[in-house]
Write a protein that binds this ligand. Structure first.
Ligand code: PHE
Length: 448
């Protein structure tokens, strides 16, 4: 059996494929693995900085609406497509559509999204590795706001450090996917996520008590609606709403088939909507906690919410530098965040690799090394986007300024590729898939 995961052969199952592939041993294991994919940099790095860029409470509400109205249904659709086909995304569309090329293309779009996202995800995960070592060495302890901000700038503009951390992270992802220590890792996800949750709670309490609780909460939860559809100059822009939807896709790992893959190992005895709601709830709670921790501290120091991708790295160390046991908490936090990023990155690479193994009959080792290598190579552009490639831009932001490569790639993947993928997934599940199949999938395991 090629597949490695926290799978055990459970209940008798329909279809030879399944017997060869195995199933999650329980609904709990499935939820853990899916949450391991969902919870990552999207919740703690990306969500808080987007909130700051797009104006606070109105964005948060738009995001929550997208999770509920778009995210949860698409998560249900993906799990259902996976469970019905028992295949990777490309194979799933091929099997369920009877090989129609337009649907197979949707599977390919997912594989392409996996390529693009992982290439820069690894660079940002590299930043968390670096901040883990910064915490160990204690460089930001007792430092002031400028020094801490400068540390981030120093890191992202240093090509050597950028490449070293990007390579280290991609290396770890590749090794895990090749050697199939996923099983070992998956046993840990539950513990690590609980720890991450507890640490975030601690940070939230610290932020509420010693930060500016009123300003932080107001910023996050009181909407200033025009910010959702106008830019600085007061002209209409769809960008904040697009970003809210893109973030809903990204944070729940939707629109590219990661959840199709996970669903393909879910037993028929489990309820799909129930599992989907659970994953969405866990993911959203983590993002909101991160937001509260960051903004209560940010307003204490009167920092600018619209800092962009450096936000979490510039703000949380301010808390670690001041709070009791701050150094230890900082070490644990960045270590756990690196693990959360790792479990998400594994699911990104697994989508790409699974297609080449299942459909093109590559060997796992060859597929992982080759595709992982290509993704690493692509990631070099993102890794150097604030140093060597500074000024090279793909997209422009609302003010017409060129965006660094990493930011551009992130926007292309999350605001466009994932939602387009999601749209087709929804069309497929709601329109093309046979009614009885959908009904059976939704009602199996006792329904919602
Ligand atoms: N959901 C992950 C995160 O929030 C990122 C991801 C996106 C993983 C798409 C897999 C697929 O960090």
């Amino acid at each position: 059996m090629e597949f490695q995961g926290a799978l055990e052969m459970s209940s008798p199952i329909n279809g030879d494929d399944v017997i060869k592939r195995g199933l999650w041993s329980s609904r709990f294991m499935f939820i853990l693995a899916a949450a391991g994919s969902a919870i990552g940099l999207g919740n703690i790095w990306r969500f808080p900085y987007l909130v700051g860029q797009y104006g606070g409470g109105a964005f948060v509400i738009a995001y929550l609406v997208c999770i509920l109205l778009v995210g949860v249904p698409i998560l249900v659709a993906e799990i259902m497509i996976g469970r019905e086909s028992r295949k990777n995304p490309v194979g799933a569309f091929r099997r369920l559509s009877g090989g129609r090329p337009q649907w197979v293309l949707v599977g390919f779009l997912g594989v392409a999204s996996g390529f693009v996202i992982l290439s820069y995800y690894s660079v940002v995960a590299g930043w968390t590795l670096d901040y883990f070592t910064k915490s160990v060495s204690g460089v930001y302890m007792e430092a002031d706001v400028e020094t801490i901000g400068g540390l981030f700038g120093g890191l992202v503009t240093d090509p050597v450090q950028q490449l070293v951390w990007h390579t280290a992270f991609m290396g770890a992802v590749i090794a895990i996917v090749i050697f199939g220590v996923r099983q070992g890792l998956e046993r840990w996800i539950g513990v690590l996520m609980r720890l991450l949750f507890i640490l975030l709670l601690l940070l939230v309490i610290y932020g509420l008590v010693s930060g500016d609780a009123a300003a932080g909460l107001r910023y996050l939860f009181v909407p200033d609606w025009p910010k959702l559809y106008t830019n600085e100059a007061g002209e209409f822009t769809a960008m904040p709403m697009l970003a809210a939807m893109g973030q809903a896709f990204f944070t729940m790992s939707l629109g590219m088939g990661a959840m199709i893959t996970y669903g393909s190992y879910l037993s028929d005895d489990e309820s799909v909507p129930g599992a989907a709601i659970m994953v969405a709830a866990l993911d959203t709670i983590i993002a909101l906690l991160a937001g509260i921790a960051i903004y209560t501290i940010l307003f204490k120091y009167n920092l600018d919410p619209a800092q962009g991708p450096g936000l979490v790295f510039k703000v949380l160390p301010l808390a670690f530098a001041q709070m009791p046991f701050g150094r230890l908490i900082g070490i644990a936090f960045f270590l756990l965040l690196s693990f959360a990023a790792l479990t998400s990155a594994i699911s990104l690479l697994e989508v790409v690799v699974a297609h080449f193994i299942d459909d093109r009959k590559w060997r796992r080792r060859t597929a992982t090394l080759t595709l992982g290598g290509v993704i690493w190579g692509l990631g070099i552009f993102s890794a150097l986007s604030y140093s060597q490639l500074e000024g090279v831009t793909l997209l422009r932001d609302a003010e017409g300024q060129g965006m660094p490569i990493l930011d551009s790639v992130d926007r292309i993947a999350n605001n466009y590729m994932l939602p387009i993928g999601g749209l087709f997934i929804a069309l497929f599940a709601g329109w093309f898939m046979k009614r009885e199949k959908v009904k059976r999938q939704l009602l199996e395991g006792g329904g919602p």
